[in-house]
Design a binder for this molecule. Structure first.
Ligand code: 5AD
Ligand code: SF4
Length: 440
C-alpha cells in the first residue's frame, strides 16, 4: 500500500468555512489524503478563504507567495484556493499566482476529488459554478470516526438580502436550503460519533425553508425534528436576519429545552437613515421590539450582534443612534467593524466617512460593548448553568466547557469527562471566562 498523501488546509473566516474545510478533508480522505498540521510536509495545500474583511484577496496572494520555496523544492505539491476569494477572483488567481493548481468556489466542493485528480495530471483546474445539486449530498459522507462533542452543520447557504456593504450574495450566491432529511441524517450520524451540540449554520439561517415530507420546513420546525434525536443535547443556530425571525422560532426559544438561550442577531446600525442606505429593510425600533418579543419568550436569552461604524454618510448623530440602541438592547457579546469598501457592492461607490472619525467611533462603540459584555458575564456569578465539557484545562483535574449562554467555564477538580453535560454553579468571573463548581 502506498503511503497516504498529506493535506494541509488553512481555514479563514466564518464557521461555515470551518464546516466546509471538514467536509473537503473528508472528501479528499476518500482519495487517500490524511490531514497534516504543517504545510511543509503536505502534498496538497488548500487555502479556504474568506472575502468579508478588507484586502482579503491581497492577503491570499501574499500567503500564496510564501509557498514559492516549498513548491520549488517539491514540484509535485499541489496548491488550491477555495472559499469566497476563490469565487470572487476566479481565473485571476491563476493568472496572478501561477503556482496555484486549483481554484474551487464554495458551491463546487463536491467536484474536488475529480479536480484533484486532474491537478495531479498537471492540469490547471477551475470551478466556480453555482450548480443545482446539493454539494454536501454529493460529497462523501462523514466517516464514522469518533469526534469532539460540538459540531457545525450547514443547513442553508447564500443570501438574497443584498445589504449594501456585503459580498456574501455575490460569493455564496442565492439563498438555498438543504432538504430536512439530509440534515437529520447528518445530525444523527454526528450524534453517533459523540456529538452532543450542533450549531446549524447559514448566512441567513433563519430564512431556512428546506424541503420536508409535507412541504417546506421552517427553521423552528427543523429544530423540533432535531429535538427528537436522542443523545443530542444542545441546538444552536447562526447567523440570523431580524426580518426572518418568525413567530415559531421565537416561540421555540421559550419551549424547546435543547435550543440554547443565545441568539446572534446582527443589527449593523441604530440610525434609520443608515439602515435604509444599508438596505437592511428594518428600523432600529422594529429591531428593539423584536428583541423584546424574544426576551418575552425567553427572558434570560443572551443577545449577540454585529455592528458597522463609518458606513458612507454616517454622521455623529447617526452614530449616537447606534450607541443608544446598544444601551437599550444590552448585548452579551458583539462583533463590531469599521466599514470598508468591497468592490462590486453598492456602498463602494458612495462618499466615504473620514477614517479618523470612523476609528474614533469604533473605539467608543467597542468600549461600550466590552462593558456590557463584562456586565452580562459578571451577572452569571451565583447562577446555575448547564456546561458541556469540551476539553481538559491547563491545571491538573481542571475541565473547560461552554455554558448554555456560550461563556467559557472552567471547573477545578472536575470528575466529568469531555462530552459530558453537567449542572454547574458559577463562582467567579474572570477576564474572558467564568469559573464554576459542579452541583451534586
Ligand atoms: N465592512 C465592514 N464590515 C462588514 N461586514 C460585512 N461586510 C462588511 C464591510 N464591507 C460585517 C457585518 C456582518 C459581519 C459578518 O461582517 O457586520 O454582519
Ligand atoms: Fe450579507 Fe447578512 Fe446582509 Fe446577507 S443579510 S447581505 S449575508 S450582511
Amino acid at each position: 500500500m502506498s503511503a497516504p498523501k498529506k493535506l494541509f488546509i488553512k481555514t479563514y473566516g466564518c464557521q461555515m468555512n470551518v464546516y466546509d474545510s471538514e467536509r473537503m478533508a473528508e472528501a479528499l480522505g476518500g482519495e487517500g489524503y490524511v490531514e497534516t498540521k504543517s504545510a511543509d510536509d503536505a502534498d496538497m495545500i488548500l487555502l479556504n478563504t474568506c472575502h468579508i474583511r478588507e484586502k482579503a484577496a491581497e492577503k491570499v496572494y501574499s500567503e500564496l507567495g510564501r509557498f514559492k520555496g516549498l513548491k520549488a523544492e517539491k514540484p509535485d505539491l499541489k496548491i488550491g484556493v477555495a472559499g469566497c476569494v476563490a469565487q470572487a477572483e476566479g481565473e485571476e488567481i491563476m493568472r496572478r499566482q501561477p503556482l496555484v493548481d486549483l481554484v474551487v468556489g464554495p458551491q463546487s466542493y463536491h467536484r474536488l476529488p475529480e479536480m484533484e485528480a486532474k491537478a495531479r495530471e498537471g492540469e490547471k483546474v477551475l470551478d466556480t459554478d453555482f450548480p443545482e445539486e446539493d454539494k454536501f449530498e454529493k460529497l462523501k459522507s462523514r466517516p464514522k470516526a469518533k469526534r469532539g462533542p460540538t459540531a457545525f452543520l450547514t443547513v442553508q447557504e447564500g443570501c438574497d438580502k443584498f445589504c449594501a456593504f456585503c459580498v456574501v450574495p455575490y460569493t455564496r450566491g442565492a439563498e438555498v436550503s438543504r432538504p430536512a432529511d439530509r440534515i437529520l441524517r447528518e445530525a444523527q450520524d454526528l450524534v453517533e460519533r459523540g456529538v452532543r451540540e450542533i450549531t446549524l449554520l447559514g448566512q441567513n439561517v433563519n430564512a431556512y425553508h428546506g424541503a420536508g415530507p409535507n412541504g417546506d420546513l421552517t427553521l423552528a420546525q427543523l429544530i423540533w425534528e432535531l429535538d427528537k434525536i436522542d443523545g443530542l443535547e444542545r441546538i444552536r443556530f447562526t447567523t440570523s436576519h431580524p426580518n426572518d425571525m418568525q413567530d415559531d422560532l421565537i416561540e421555540a426559544h421559550g419551549t424547546c429545552a435543547k435550543l440554547m438561550p443565545y441568539l446572534h442577531l446582527p443589527v449593523q446600525a441604530g440610525s434609520d437613515k443608515i439602515l435604509k442606505r444599508m438596505n437592511r429593510a428594518h428600523t432600529a425600533e422594529s429591531y428593539i421590539r423584536l428583541i423584546e418579543r424574544i426576551r418575552a419568550a425567553r427572558p434570560d436569552i443572551l443577545i449577540s450582534g454585529d455592528f458597522i461604524v463609518g458606513f458612507p454618510e454616517e454622521t455623529e448623530e447617526d452614530f449616537q443612534a447606534t450607541m443608544d440602541l446598544v444601551e437599550e438592547v444590552k448585548y452579551g457579546t458583539a462583533y463590531s467593524f469599521k466599514y470598508s469598501t468591497r468592490p462590486g457592492t453598492p456602498a463602494a461607490e458612495r462618499a466615504q466617512v473620514d477614517p479618523a472619525a470612523a476609528d474614533d467611533r469604533l473605539q467608543r462603540l467597542q468600549a461600550l460593548l466590552t462593558k456590557q459584555q463584562r456586565e452580562v458575564q459578571d451577572s452569571m456569578v451565583g447562577r446555575e448553568v448547564g456546561v458541556l465539557f469540551e476539553k481538559t484545562g491547563r491545571l491538573p483535574g481542571q475541565m473547560v466547557g461552554k455554558s448554555d449562554y456560550l461563556h467559557a467555564v472552567h471547573v477545578a477538580d472536575c470528575s466529568r469527562e469531555v462530552g459530558e453535560l453537567a449542572r454547574v454553579r458559577i463562582v467567579s468571573s474572570g477576564a474572558n471566562s467564568l469559573a464554576g463548581e459542579l452541583i451534586g
